[in-house]
Design a protein. Sequence first.
Length: 101
Amino acid sequence: MTASRHERRAQVARGRRFGHAPEVTFWIDRGHWGRGIGSQALALLLAQVPERPLLAGTLVDNLGSLAVLRRNGFREIGRERILARGRGIEVEVEAIRLRLD
């Protein structure tokens, strides 16, 4: 199945990476940053998913993702040092864990 045009722009998914609570993750194509797509997609997901708590995580320098999560009610619950392989090199960075009750 091929992703629709909108699905390629914003992906929001549920998983279980942090303990037993579901995790919310999202990715927005760089060409579509700053248009409210992530905030709207996450709000729609949260309206459809009654499970709480939900967890999320992002890197401390990812201000856009932090804003999307906070705008949708997520609050910081901790920080940790991780290896960010997705940045093209293996670099240790600080990540923020967030929770929505």
